[in-house]
Design a protein around this ligand. Structure first.
Ligand code: DQA
Length: 147
């Protein structure tokens, strides 16, 4: 089983960016944490981070060739990007949405999630642990489908 973990704009600045909200672990620390969890579970994983919407769309499209599922934190594009929603629909892979912060308790403009409309799992406001829960969710979902 292989997963793609996608992170959108400004998540490359984790650790530096609003640490009161997003914590002090940097992007490499996040990658390391997910990589270790995936190794323990026998899951192959690829990581992709970009600040550019079209590049995120390309990465989602690319996943159809070699991935079984997608963990995605589209960051600010969550609330604006129909292109990311359409890409997730097009590849039709099991997907789980992650938000480090509890977007449901933040500004009104964060209350819509386009990508979330096609994700089967939603891990919101669990900090970095949400990514691990998303991996576990997809593993269960994909295993269930294969058996
Ligand atoms: C975020 C929440 C978004 O509203 C914000 O634009 C981000 C990060 C989160 O992980 O909590 O960049 O997706």
């Amino acid at each position: 089983m292989k997963l793609l973990v996608i992170n959108g704009p400004n998540l490359n600045l984790l650790g530096l960016r609003e640490p009161g909200l997003y914590g002090t672990v940097d992007y490499n620390g996040l990658v390391q944490m997910i990589q270790t969890a995936c190794e323990q579970r026998g899951i192959e994983v690829r990581f992709y981070q970009s600040n550019h919407e079209g590049d995120l769309v390309d990465a989602i499209q690319q996943a159809r060739f070699d991935c079984d599922g997608i963990v995605i934190n589209p960051a600010a594009y969550t609330h604006t990007s129909i292109a990311i929603l359409d890409a997730l629909k097009a590849v039709n892979l099991p997907a789980a949405e992650v938000h480090i912060t509890d977007v449901t308790k933040r500004e009104p403009f964060r209350q819509i999630s386009y990508a979330g409309m096609v994700c089967q799992g939603h891990f919101i406001g669990e900090g970095l642990q949400g990514y691990i829960h998303a991996v576990d969710f997809l593993q269960q979902k994909i295993k269930g489908k294969d058996c």
